[in-house]
Design a protein around this ligand. Structure first.
Ligand SMILES: Nc1ncnc2c1ncn2[C@@H]1O[C@H](COP(=O)(O)OP(=O)(O)OP(=O)(O)O)[C@@H](O)[C@H]1O
Length: 234
């Protein structure tokens, strides 16, 4: 469980997050959606303990998120994470040496699934291949919490679909709390259980994906359109 209580993050006078209170329940898969600059990455970095709130409390499990990444949490960051001079297998060995929860067996499976060549250097990988390698590295860890910030960045539309299917099989549903930020709303839909919409640093809407599908017959995109259209009218 991750609890955010009255979280505000200020950079100078600008508020990236403005009084956000939300509880991510254990074992559920969440999508954080929202336009550019709405605070998605800030909220992820905060849960990972890389950014500190100006006000409020972040609790991951029983612990308050610290400045270092909590050990039961894997974070796919939109920038950094990979060492250009390493080969893929050296990156895998490095992660294995750093994290006791890293499964070499899962990494081997993911190497095949992601169609990566273990002997290739990180600096020679395309953006899409780097994205796949990042996913391999975090999905190989057996953590309680998995934070994926823009996991599809750089992936072409043809492979996105395959990668989403991979996510479904590599996520431990019911056990791992997974939080994904993305602009690829339609592609991510099959993975999600809950969706949250951030706008200008605040949570504007929250839905259970199955409920809106079964009770209202809507996809997330349709739900978003209908929710915000109704608000604009009122
Ligand atoms: N280190 C920083 N210094 C100053 N302002 C920042 C910093 N990081 C983020 N911000 C500001 O906070 C706001 C939210 O940024 P954030 O990166 O969280 O948005 P986002 O929803 O992830 O955007 P995108 O979809 O474009 O990735 C933006 O206005 C951004 O300019």
């Amino acid at each position: 469980m991750i609890e955010l209580t009255h979280i505000t993050k200020e950079y100078g006078k600008r508020k990236s997050l403005n009084d956000v209170t939300f509880t991510f329940e254990k074992g559920k898969v969440y999508g954080i959606l929202g336009p550019n600059g709405s605070g998605k990455s800030t909220i992820m970095k905060m849960m990972a303990g890389l950014v500190y709130p100006s006000k409020g409390i972040v609790k991951v499990g029983e612990k308050k998120a610290d400045r270092k990444i909590a050990s039961n949490l894997a974070f796919l960051a939109s920038e950094g994470m990979l060492y250009p001079s390493f080969k893929i297998d050296q990156m895998i060995d490095f992660f294995h040496s750093q994290y006791s929860d890293f499964s070499m067996e899962k990494a081997e499976e993911l190497l095949v699934f992601m169609e990566l060549d273990r002997h290739q250097k990180v600096s020679q990988l395309s953006k899409g291949q780097q994205g796949r390698l990042k996913l391999l590295l975090v999905l190989s860890r057996q953590t309680d919490v998995l934070l994926l910030d823009e996991p599809f960045m750089g992936l072409d539309p043809m492979v996105r679909d395959t990668i989403v299917k991979g996510l479904v099989s590599f996520i431990d549903y019911g056990k791992q709390t997974v939080i994904i930020t993305t602009h690829e709303i339609t592609e991510i839909e099959p993975v999600l259980e809950e969706a949250i919409v951030l706008e200008k640093g605040q949570i504007r809407a929250h839905c259970n994906v199955e409920e809106i599908r079964e009770e209202q017959g809507l996809s997330i995109l349709e739900w978003l359109k209908s929710t915000f259209k109704q608000e604009d009218v009122s």
